[in-house]
Design a protein. Sequence first.
Length: 535
Amino acid sequence: MMFSPTEKPLFSPSMLAPLPALQRALVEQWGFGPSTPPSAACIHHAIEAQAALAPHATAAVCAGQRISYEQLNRQANRLAAGLIEQGVKRGDTVALFVERSIPMLVGLLAVLKVGAAYVPQDARIVPPLQLAMVLESLTSPLILTLSHLADRIPSDAAHRSLCLDTFLAEVPWIAQDNKPVGAVVDTHDLCFVLFTSGTTGRPNGVCVSHRNVCNILLTQPGRMGMAPGRNVGQILNIGFDMAAWEILGCLAHGATLLIRGKAIAQTAAQCHVLIATPSILAGLDPRQCPDLQVVAVAGEPCSQALAERWAAHCTFYNGCGPTETTIVNTLHRHVPGTPLTIGQPTPNNSVYVLDEQGRPCEAGQAGEMWAGGAGVTAGYLNNRALTHERYRPDPFVGGDAMMFRTRDLGRWTADGQLEHLGRVDDQVKVRGFRVELDAVSSALEAGDGCTRAVTLKLDSRTLVAFVSPASADVASCRRQCEQRLAYYCVPALIDAVEHFPLTARGKIDKALLLQRARERWVAVQAFAVQEPGHA
């Protein structure tokens, strides 16, 4: 189902009324998550409450440095007062161009206390040109960064930089003046703006409110067992929406944030709660993480084998949801030996599986997933046309409720679970036939020794695939694919690799894999010409 910015919605507020009883019951019973009020309206209020309850508890640890909840709150108050003096105000969008660190935590909490929204970018790895494009969209007169990253700030904006580590070093950790910053902040005010890669080459800023964030982090199961006395890993790129799950979720529940250095495994080994992408988790050994109690993955498809491996070790959740629906809007606690799904809508959220005419699909029927509820964000920063294209009035709720087109394919199982069937973008044409790349990958993963697979379209007639680890039985993977799918779905080339290359956000780098596939395919074709009997 496609909308252009000038099209009218295909729905009416009375959409449910004329539906057949079975479809109406499906939407009403499965499409809506439980109604559960979050424990706070603004996420920094929950953090401040933890500082009041247990001021001397450790909020975070990084490279041997420790900060308590009282120290974090005091320093954030001091910085917030400084931000206000320099013109930062409620409703501003403030660049947080840093890296994982304790000063980063003080910076983002101070921004929230002012009533502004922080805009995180990992300045170590994001190109200055992209940082400059992000800055063009922001309103704050200041850029928060770190002294050793100051030269990464675009030169024409460098004079606006405030180095957080320098600021914190000016006075002792516990300042004498701890006057709270009492800016009025509403649940609909923005909490952060997350920039995603845009199809035009310019990043798109997703506006995430306190209401959005509190809805997933301050309800079950999104709180992920975070509590005082538990360690939560901070292993993800701070420009990735799931990093907010680690950071804000941990601090809002009084747990201790373990901020990693270069070694993810070293941090994971000390954690009770870990949030990751499947690609990152695949590189860890559950036997080396004896204290882990809860693990959640999202951001890309998870294989059955990976879920089985970790669900046998601890409580394991598989989630799904684009940035525009606030981190995840479905979660499934996986039980070993059962089919892996993405579960059901999280509290106060909804998911509709719709056909090409915008009608709810029956159980077992594939369609496109649209997301509604409290997790639906406020749209794209300074981009009304794109917002209007991707966000639409929710006809199943009415009023001013909105829903978002996820571009994910899914279907309801007979017991009301959602199966993720890949991306609309991953539906490709090969030899004139429609092929779902994730379906091919799933078939390959049934091969002996295979835990992950990635399938890519090389050209109009050719699919290629990579399986992992390197010891996976490629012949078995091919047989599984041949037995389960049509001939045109079977990759012409299957390579086994030990590890998949990852992007900075911890997802499989498909662009790099495609480049490798082209090089490998050229070599295979050249060999076939030279040695016809060995093709």
